[in-house]
Design a protein around this ligand. Sequence first.
Ligand SMILES: Cc1cc2nc3c(=O)[nH]c(=O)nc-3n(C[C@H](O)[C@H](O)[C@H](O)COP(=O)(O)OP(=O)(O)OC[C@H]3O[C@@H](n4cnc5c(N)ncnc54)[C@H](O)[C@@H]3O)c2cc1C
Ligand code: SF4
Length: 509
Amino acid sequence: MALTTVWITGDQCTPRNTALHGLDKHSTIVLFVESIARSREVPYHKRKLVLIFAAMRSFADDLRADGWTVDYRAEREDYEHPFREHVARYRPDRIRTMTQTQYGLDAALRAFAADLGHDLEITEHANFISTAAEFDELFARGQTRVTMETFYRKMRKKTGLLMDGEQPAAGAWNFDAENRKPPKRGMRFPPEPEVPPSVHVRDVIAFVERTFPDHPGVVGTFDIPVSRRDALAYADDFFRNRLANFGPYEDAMIAGEARLYHSRLSALINVGLLHPLELCERAELAYRSGEAPLSSVEGFVRQLIGWREFIWRVYWRLMPEYRTRNALGADLPVPAFYRDGETDMACQRDAHRTVRELGWAHHIVRLMILGNFALIAGVDPQAMTDWFWCMFVDGYDWVMVANVVGMTLHADGGFVGTKPYAASANYINKMSDHCGGCRYDPKKTVEDDACPYNALYWDFIARNEKRFASNTRMSLTMRNWASRDPAVKTAIRKRAAALRATLRAGGSF
Ligand SMILES: Cc1cc2nc3c(=O)[nH]c(=O)nc-3n(C[C@H](O)[C@H](O)[C@H](O)COP(=O)(O)OP(=O)(O)OC[C@H]3O[C@@H](n4cnc5c(N)ncnc54)[C@H](O)[C@@H]3O)c2cc1C
Ligand code: SF4
């Protein structure tokens, strides 16, 4: 009987793994390799390493319980030796794997297998719902860019999610306007569900602490599910206790309260434990049964079949050149406090504590605190992408490049968003409770105790005056800047230059 090896890598722990499709369990060996060298290529947050290795071990258990034969090679230095040992021992007739999510890796794996005398069969990715053709069709009439909203509506029609026949549920595609509430004083949130650590989690924590002691972040009380069963229970808790309030408070931020009503499901989806479609179907059920309002459910569905799919498709359409874009010529290094969290800016300090402890922060913290600061200060997009990639448990090249280079730093020249997500302290003060406890004053711009976001914001506008002059979505801001007194402009630019010089020299404030 011909023997097949199916190689499953870290972010492919999905029961829908397409490399397993159509294979006979009795003539297939499923191979897992934990590579220390790969995990050292960049300094990943410790919690991310724990999640990936423990998810691989749990998924291997699930496959064994389902009757598959598994060859699991734990804690190995590289891929090459265990892979060669596997081939020497089992002598497979063919080798299959699901496609990698990082540009260039499929080719590298093909070359690696060819060295061993095998043609690697590569199957489609299981955890996305769109096809490249569906995205490309939108450019068919010569368009150079397509909005997320256009693509999202196409995905709604394709999946039938929140559709009443040909029309969107309740007659509207988008409830964004209802989903921008600031936090309310004294808000209380449901308790975190308990995720008792499995044997695998305990073993892997010891392995990670021993092998990667210098990697950033803390493992802490490890509360991320690593098995499909625990991931489903975690998602169920979100649907029952948080989804109803997800929409209205999606953009709110509260000091010391990292999660609010967010799902914290991204890492579980990206590693394969959950599928976006099953989550959207469960969310739709909550709407249809009156458990959650449409504004929340639509907001959640849009994140998954809109933003997540859009980001994935942008990555594959524009790589490899996309990763190197730097349309605004930003060249500052990543600020020192992105590594040690030492800053007097209360919003930044809170964000870095959260990232250090959880390897996660919610979308608006990423976009409007961490990302916005890097945008207006002028931090190098590639260095910033690498920082995000390392520090987040849900970070992978495919999802970081378009989110950081595109959405956050506008370094793609406006492919992902027509307008940069740049904001002064005004936005942070409105959407959070950070400013009250900060040494800086969100209402001041040039004084010593003025919020750094303010001078940096206006300096960003001034630095890019020519570029944004023809951007209609920026016209109000550009007119505001143009109408200012020249002496005020000079003072703002002087303060911003001093702040940027401090950052360039590796200092903090
Ligand atoms: C600078 C920056 C970096 C980011 N890096 C990542 C990353 O490495 N990995 C990642 O999965 N997401 C990333 N995002 C997108 C988004 O912030 C996270 O998916 C989300 O915060 C994860 O938390 P959650 O699961 O509670 O999401 P929720 O707010 O509950 O949203 C539900 C789901 O929608 C999906 N989603 C929403 N927005 C996006 C988006 N822009 N891109 C991709 N998926 C999205 C995620 O799967 C998420 O779990 C980034 C966004 C920014 C601005
Ligand atoms: S004053 Fe500025 S630095 Fe301080 S919390 Fe508010 S926005 Fe952040």
